[in-house]
Design a protein around this ligand. Structure first.
Ligand SMILES: Cc1cc2nc3c(=O)[nH]c(=O)nc-3n(C[C@H](O)[C@H](O)[C@H](O)COP(=O)(O)OP(=O)(O)OC[C@H]3O[C@@H](n4cnc5c(N)ncnc54)[C@H](O)[C@@H]3O)c2cc1C
Length: 325
């Protein structure tokens, strides 16, 4: 086994749009760059079918294709892509250069002068039978991404927080009818977000209600399963109802994949990485030399183009920070 240690200029954690874009920029700045791809190489877009809102693709592009191409672009520029999950980051005691020691779950330890965290945030799904197979076939975790596929149709949003209200209000501009299904008798969203749905003639709120069943239309086995209706249970009365739908948007939150950063960089209560304090390097976290971008960060818009843009910013910040040392 070759024990000689490589020292990377930048180690990027995550291989979604943020991580791969950062790697492309870093490689083009001649920084020795490695991407740790995590257990979802390509990130969240690899579980969607058509991406219709990424510029440059007049007919949309498959999520998997987009990410394979991004990865190939990075590799062509000399980026090393390593499979594995990061378990721990610490500061190594190497002198005179301050280095980050990054430990993977398989025990491998890598050293880098800077780190960019782009670990994304997983949508919280309902965890009901048939849900997985219906994602992309009537079930979505993102109205901005998929709302247009339901123009003029009937949809429901599950949730009662800011995201759920915002998604319901957004969908009400496109869809014929929007049900908002919430398990409590009041919304958790801010007053401003609540206003967008409470007086909206296209939005009907079902209070104290939970989705208990997802039913696909599989009458014709040659057509992939598609959501046809859902069963809703009133958790006060126990009454159950079937609601016919074209689409269901799950908006009950997301979990940033940042547990391994606890105690290393400042995180919000929900685990989002805080950036923005350092005005010169806006993507720097509370730990000098660790940058972050994409869905794992405390930014509002969780979109591939935003993640890619922030990844670019993190790479440019890293480059200028490294050259200031
Ligand atoms: C079903 C679905 C459909 C969507 N459709 C669209 C759309 O049409 N248009 C659009 O703009 N956006 C869409 N989005 C949102 C978009 O996918 C995200 O905004 C975007 O992928 C975020 O990019 P990211 O690079 O920040 O993170 P992600 O894409 O989430 O990538 C995170 C990466 O981090 C890795 N990782 C996590 N933890 C670790 C660890 N400990 N060590 C190493 N690696 C790790 C993962 O393996 C993954 O590679 C969709 C999302 C979903 C779920």
């Amino acid at each position: 086994m070759n024990n000689e240690k490589q020292i990377y200029d930048t180690l990027i954690i995550g291989s979604g749009p943020a991580g791969l874009t950062a790697s492309i920029y870093n490689a083009r700045s001649s920084l020795k760059t490695v991407v740790i791809s995590g257990n979802q190489p390509g990130g969240q877009l690899t579980i969607t079918t058509l991406v219709d809102n990424y510029p440059g693709f007049p007919n949309g592009v498959g999520g998997v294709k987009l990410m394979i191409d991004m990865q190939q672009q990075a590799k062509n520029l000399g980026v090393e892509i390593k499979q594995g999950m990061v378990k721990l980051i610490s500061l190594s005691d190497s002198q005179p250069v301050r280095l980050f020691k990054v430990e993977l779950e398989n025990g491998e330890i890598l050293e880098a002068r800077s780190v960019i965290v782009t670990t994304g945030a997983a949508v919280k799904w309902l965890d009901l039978p048939k849900e997985k197979e219906l994602i992309g076939h009537g079930i979505s975790g993102c109205a901005t991404c998929d709302g247009m596929f339901f123009r003029g149709k009937t949809v429901a949003v599950v949730g009662g927080g800011d995201t759920a209200c915002e998604e319901a209000a957004f969908l009400s501009k496109i869809c014929e009818k929007v049900y908002l299904i919430h398990r409590r008798d009041e919304l958790r969203a801010s007053i401003a977000e609540q206003k967008k749905v409470l007086n909206n003639p296209k939005v009907e709120i079902w209070w104290n209600s939970e989705v208990v069943e997802l039913n696909p239309n599989n009458q014709n086995p040659s057509i992939p399963n598609k959501l046809e209706n859902i069963k809703i249970k009133n958790n006060k009365t126990g009454e159950e109802k079937i609601l016919n739908l074209d689409g269901l948007f799950v908006a009950i939150g997301s979990s940033p994949a940042t547990k391994f950063l606890e105690g290393i960089v400042d995180l919000s209560e929900t685990g989002q990485v805080f950036v923005g304090k350092n005005k010169e390097h806006i993507t720097m976290t509370s730990m000098e030399g660790i940058f972050a971008a994409g869905d794992c960060v405390n930014i509002k818009h969780k979109q591939a183009i935003v993640a890619a843009g922030e990844g670019c910013r993190a790479a440019l910040d890293t480059e200028s920070w490294l050259s200031s040392l």
